[in-house]
Design a protein around this ligand. Structure first.
Ligand code: HEC
Ligand code: HEC
Length: 478
């Protein structure tokens, strides 16, 4: 840890702090400094549009210049694009996380192909790597929405502290957002603890640096057999001298050391390089007061927020922090079971006994006994979602319209989304074993309707919502 702080350029931390919460955790003192200099802007409440903190914050994000990458992040960039680190010699991080596609795949496969022979297939859709920089470390704790809070750095610090103390096996359940929104605190389970944050669809990698080992050692992905093999590849790479310069000549003495620093460098690249969080979508220009939404997009935005219609914003938070400094991330970083239909395009699903149940496994192993977690997946941010070709953790939906339609028709027209069993009856939530189907969220709109009811959104409204989601694609003015 000490080497990390030493090699990390503090001036960059200060430049990035307003936009990058993770740094607040790494370097609290540097961040406090930068926040206090920005304080006067936040203090003057909306006197003129130019002084409105939300507008000022959005303008500041649009105008922000890319600070030079630190040496560690430069190293991370080389590692990110290096195919020699894979078992096949053909695959780098960028093969699945393409920079031209919001760091998601450039193809429409539900799951990607990898492995030493480039013939294995994974079990999950590849997420975009954009806007992960503020994801809190995985924790099980009180329900609090980080983006709502006044002081982000304090929340992050509290979460980090709780993580450190957290012991597994505490009782929790998924939160009923409707109760929280209605201020119904007795039902809102204010003392109840909810899983939140972390990397991957199941949050099993607590933080960004923890995540990198996953793909590099996964036999279906970059397929290194073990840490020694990976360390040998790092040592043979063109940047091995950089690693020795940055982390000391002993860096290649143990895989723990070498791999830990390589993962740290990958995370620094993703945190520092603005291409991972440019905040320059049409929606950001709209927040900055530089462009209007079209009538269709504005209607979509309203439906997205309306608790009785889309109700999307109850999980995909779309407001900037009150001081305007943090742009909306379109996620509350919490976990929900939405009951996505089984995707038979995934080879593993040919085995009827195989179930990907997110938080409770099988990829994640520490919560296997928490039955109330079965079927829960992390709420993804929706920025750049319109550039994706497959949706949800298993890539079962192939258009954004279908993903939205599923929300409003899952309960009202289940026969459209789920297959029929031998008895001719529809099998709702067919991707989960029968005993875990009760975990699926029925309380939050738009799921709170019954079979045959009118869906919460009609086809025209679905079009409006999709038009709004398209305003979240980065590079609007380019
Ligand atoms: C074969 C395709 C593939 C390759 C190569 C790959 N990834 Fe991924 N990546 C995935 C998949 C699939 C997931 C989701 C995994 C899960 O939920 O279990 C993922 C998830 C992630 C996440 C978490 C995102 C989130 O929303 O929580 C990060 C960060 C990430 N990858 C970074 C990397 C890095 C860094 C590399 C290179 C060392 C890399 N990936 C290589 C397929 C890939
Ligand atoms: C109760 C919380 C909740 C609500 C309400 C909600 N979502 Fe989601 N959303 C999630 C979760 C959790 C996932 C991931 C589920 C999975 O993969 O199994 C998700 C996934 C998505 C995806 C796929 C993203 C991707 O990268 O594949 C889209 C699109 C989406 N939501 C849009 C919406 C829209 C539009 C609404 C409103 C109609 C909405 N969501 C309401 C929690 C929610």
């Amino acid at each position: 840890m000490t080497s990390r702080v030493r090699t990390f350029d503090q001036s960059i931390a200060v430049a990035l702090c307003p936009a990058v919460l993770t740094l607040a955790v790494l370097l609290p003192s540097a961040c406090e400094k930068s926040q206090s200099t920005a304080q006067p802007v936040a203090a003057k409440a909306a006197a003129t549009p130019a002084e409105d903190p939300v507008i000022a914050g959005a303008v500041a994000r649009l105008n922000a210049k890319q600070a030079p990458l630190s040496a560690v992040a430069e190293l991370g960039k080389k590692i990110f694009f290096d195919p020699s680190l894979s078992g096949s010699g053909k695959m780098s991080c960028a093969s699945c996380h393409s920079p031209e596609h919001a760091y998601a795949p450039d193809n429409a496969l539900a799951v990607q192909i990898g492995g030493a022979d480039m013939k294995s297939q994974g079990i999950r859709a590849v997420p975009s790597l954009t806007y992960l920089e503020r994801t809190p470390a995985f924790s099980i704790g009180p329900d609090q929405k980080p983006d709502d809070d006044e002081d982000q750095a304090k929340v992050a610090a509290a979460v980090a502290l709780r993580n450190a103390r957290q012991t597994a096996g505490v009782k929790i359940g998924s939160v009923v957002k409707a109760d929280v929104a209605a201020g119904n605190t007795s039902n809102a389970k204010t003392e109840e603890l909810v899983p939140q944050g972390g990397m991957d669809w199941d949050g099993r990698a607590a933080t960004l640096p923890d995540q990198a080992g996953g793909p590099l050692l996964d036999p279906r992905e970059m397929a290194n057999r073990n840490g020694f093999e990976l360390m040998a590849k790092l040592k043979a790479a063109s940047y091995s001298k950089d690693m020795e310069l940055l982390f000391g000549p002993g860096v290649f003495t143990t895989p723990n050391l070498a791999l830990g620093e390589a993962y740290f460098a990958l995370a620094r690249f993703q945190i520092e390089d603005r291409s991972f969080h440019p905040y320059d979508s049409k929606f950001d220009y709209y927040l900055a007061g530089k462009v209007q939404l079209s009538a269709e997009e504005a209607r979509g935005n309203k439906l997205f927020d309306d608790p009785k219609k889309g109700n999307c914003a109850s999980c995909h938070l779309d407001k900037p922090s009150k001081d305007g400094k943090l742009g909306p991330a379109f996620t509350d970083y919490q976990f929900e079971a939405l009951g996505a239909p089984r995707n038979m395009a995934i080879p593993a699903n040919r085995n009827p006994h195989f179930h990907d149940e997110g938080l409770c496994g099988p990829l994640r192993t520490d919560m296997a006994k928490q039955r109330n977690y079965c079927g829960l997946f992390k709420t993804p941010g929706l920025r750049n979602v319109a550039t994706r070709q497959v949706f949800f953790h298993n890539g079962v939906f192939r258009s954004l319209e279908d993903a939205v339609r599923f929300y409003v028709e899952r309960e009202t027209k289940p026969e459209k989304w789920y297959p029929r069993g031998k008895d001719g009856k529809v099998v709702p939530y067919d991707d989960l074993p029968p005993s875990h189907r009760a975990n699926v969220d029925l309380a939050d709109a738009p799921f709170d309707r019954k079979r045959g009811d009118t869906p919460a959104l009609d086809e025209g409204e679905i079009r409006d919502l999709v038009a709004f989601l398209k305003t979240l694609t980065d590079g609007y003015a380019k």
